[in-house]
Design a protein around this ligand. Structure first.
Ligand SMILES: Cc1cc2nc3c(=O)[nH]c(=O)nc-3n(C[C@H](O)[C@H](O)[C@H](O)COP(=O)(O)OP(=O)(O)OC[C@H]3O[C@@H](n4cnc5c(N)ncnc54)[C@H](O)[C@@H]3O)c2cc1C
Ligand code: SF4
Length: 446
């Protein structure tokens, strides 16, 4: 049996030095109606937090950041800043935007290190709210509800809070300690936490509504779906989220071999690629493992962020486009190879589809397969809870209220393709919005 994974190597992004911080902070023009603030989904007052860094007031800076974004520490590490705040910076036209994410990280890391208490709970209102799911959306809702003075109980299916920040995003991009520090900020405000409780299985919605004045559904999405080809039950075939989780928790993932195939081309696929490459390299004492992404469409159709794709290239990942797996071949119950078929794009009214081209099949010897074709939806959970949804996307109105009065939803569970992106910063903003709507509802406003 292979040894447990001791560490997964250098962080994706090194923190700024003190000198770099000084230079970056003093470059800010403190624009009126700052475009960076408007481009941030949580509308952090970027100019204000940068001015505080420049003045040496790091605790004040962290307060500005975390006030607007309860996930400010993780967002500083995982936001696609080139598409958000830094993409809107006026220096962008010279290709030298202020490094907003890195400055944010500098200020919040200082608060983490110094144990700065950032916020206090509000005066008790006598109202109670249940939060289903302790990921970015649920924690953000809980944090703001506590600051408003409402009593909050978080029901979390897993052992630890943090959702995908704790279990899903690779540790060299987002360490577990950062995710848990953010969760701790909420617990310190007096939120009650009940872990290892899966609502819908261990607790019914009616029971929640009998005990609490309002509910926030923030349970995200499910695991990676099956590809639907023969051989997926063989040993050596992984669900990308399970694979990353084992690696992130430092658990043994067994021998991966030297030829690893990741199927898919989104952010989960990139994390699975870089993570498996680092594990395989460590297991072989620095030797080279061939880690390849296989995707049935082209580079242009990849859904991974540009910065993630660039990172994967730097890590030595190989990319094969326009090929789809047809079956996984095994020997002695373990993966041995994958048969692929080449594809081409066909455009129709429904959009672009990748269609297999018969006669183009080829076989690649493979030791480990990682399925990373997106996340499934929690259809069964919402059916059990009596919540209206469209194929597992919870139906909400403008105030984020579901079809059940008093039940609100936020985060990935309301994310539908084509409507913004499933991101930590979006989940945080929706959690805040749900908290505001519930506050109005509880005070008899809606
Ligand atoms: C591999 C990977 C990489 C990513 N990289 C990035 C990135 O670089 N940048 C970025 O911004 N975003 C990234 N994302 C997306 C980001 O992680 C999500 O958008 C975000 O975590 C959504 O937050 P959430 O709270 O809605 O859901 P989650 O984080 O999924 O949290 C939901 C929580 O609810 C719990 N739960 C589920 N069902 C129940 C139930 N019935 N009862 C009680 N609890 C329940 C779960 O255990 C979980 O803790 C990535 C996602 C993945 C999978
Ligand atoms: S939360 Fe993300 S988008 Fe907003 S300012 Fe920070 S790094 Fe930029």
């Amino acid at each position: 049996m292979a040894a447990p994974v001791p560490s997964l190597g250098e962080p994706f992004h090194r923190p700024l030095t003190h000198l770099e911080v000084k230079l970056e902070a003093n470059r800010c023009l403190y624009c009126y109606d700052a475009p960076c603030m408007n481009a941030c989904p949580t509308h952090i007052d970027v100019a204000s937090f940068i001015a505080k860094i420049a003045a040496g007031n790091l605790a004040g800076s962290a307060r500005v950041i975390m006030d607007a974004n309860p996930m400010g520490a993780s967002c500083a590490r995982v936001c696609p800043t080139d598409q958000l705040c830094e993409g809107a910076c006026v220096y962008r036209k010279d290709d030298t935007p202020i490094r907003i994410g890195d400055l944010q990280r500098y200020a919040v890391d200082a608060a983490m290190r110094d144990g700065t208490r950032l916020f206090e709970a509000g005066a008790p209102t006598g109202h109670t709210v249940a939060i289903v799911g302790g990921g970015p959306a649920g924690l953000s809702a809980a944090r703001d509800l506590r600051r408003m003075g409402h009593a909050v109980t978080i029901f979390e299916a897993r052992e630890m809070l943090g959702g995908l920040n704790t279990y899903g995003i690779v540790p060299f991009r987002l360490p577990i300690e950062t995710a848990l520090w953010e969760a701790e900020q909420v617990v310190e405000l007096g939120a009650e936490v009940r872990t290892n409780v899966r609502v819908g299985r261990d607790l019914a919605m009616d029971a929640l509504l009998a005990e609490y004045d309002a509910v926030v559904l923030a349970c995200g999405m499910g695991g990676v779906p099956q590809i639907g080809i023969p051989g997926e039950d063989l040993a050596g075939v992984w669900d990308a989220l399970e694979f990353i989780e084992q690696a992130k928790l430092g658990r043994d993932v067994g021998a991966l071999g030297s030829r690893i195939a990741v199927i898919g081309a989104g952010n989960t696929a990139i994390d699975a690629l870089t993570c498996s490459r680092r594990i395989a390299r460590q297991a072989s004492g620095g030797g080279e493992a061939r880690v390849t992404m296989y995707y049935r469409r082209g580079e242009r159709q990849m859904s991974a962020y540009g910065f993630e794709y660039d990172f994967a290239k730097q890590e030595g990942i190989e990319f094969r486009f326009f090929c789809a797996p047809a079956r996984i071949l095994g020997e002695g119950g373990r993966v041995k190879a994958i048969e692929f078929v080449r594809t081409r794009l066909e455009t129709s009214e429904g959009g672009e589809a990748a269609v297999p081209v018969s006669g183009t099949e080829f076989v690649e010897p493979i030791d480990t397969v990682v399925r990373a074709i997106g996340q499934s939806r929690l259809v069964e959970t919402f059916d059990r809870l009596g919540i209206a949804h469209d194929g597992g996307v919870v139906r909400v109105d403008e105030s984020l209220q579901t079809t059940r009065p008093g039940v609100y939803a936020a985060g990935d569970c309301i994310f539908a393709k084509g409507t913004r992106e499933a991101m930590v910063v979006e989940a945080a903003e929706q959690g805040k919005r749900a908290a505001r709507s519930i506050d109005t509802y509880l005070r008899g406003g809606a």
